[in-house]
Design a protein around this ligand. Structure first.
Ligand SMILES: [Zn+2]
Length: 88
């Protein structure tokens, strides 16, 4: 019985192959600090660290009223409330 040859895990790259372009990440100013924030986000990463843990927990709890809590959070951010003072 012939020994099966082990297939290489590394595949040769096809000539002319180009990886698909990565979706371009756009940055917009963070509403709380004005720093760069990913488009579509509510706050930049730095501001998220300032949001009270209890507030983050409430936002991530997938219970009734989840969308409404996010809406209130976004409104508070939009109203110029400091991230560390937002409580839901
Ligand atoms: Zn920020």
């Amino acid at each position: 019985m012939a020994k099966r040859r082990q297939r290489s895990l590394i595949r040769p790259v096809r000539p002319g192959f180009e990886p698909p372009p990565q979706a371009e990440v756009r940055f917009v100013p963070c509403p709380a600090c004005g720093g760069p924030m990913r488009q579509g986000a509510t706050l930049c990463g730095r501001c998220w660290t300032l949001v009270p843990a209890a507030t983050v927990q409430v936002l991530h709890a997938r219970t009734d009223g989840w969308g409404g809590r996010w809406e209130r959070f976004r409104q508070a951010v939009g109203a110029g409330k400091k991230p560390e003072e937002i409580r839901l």
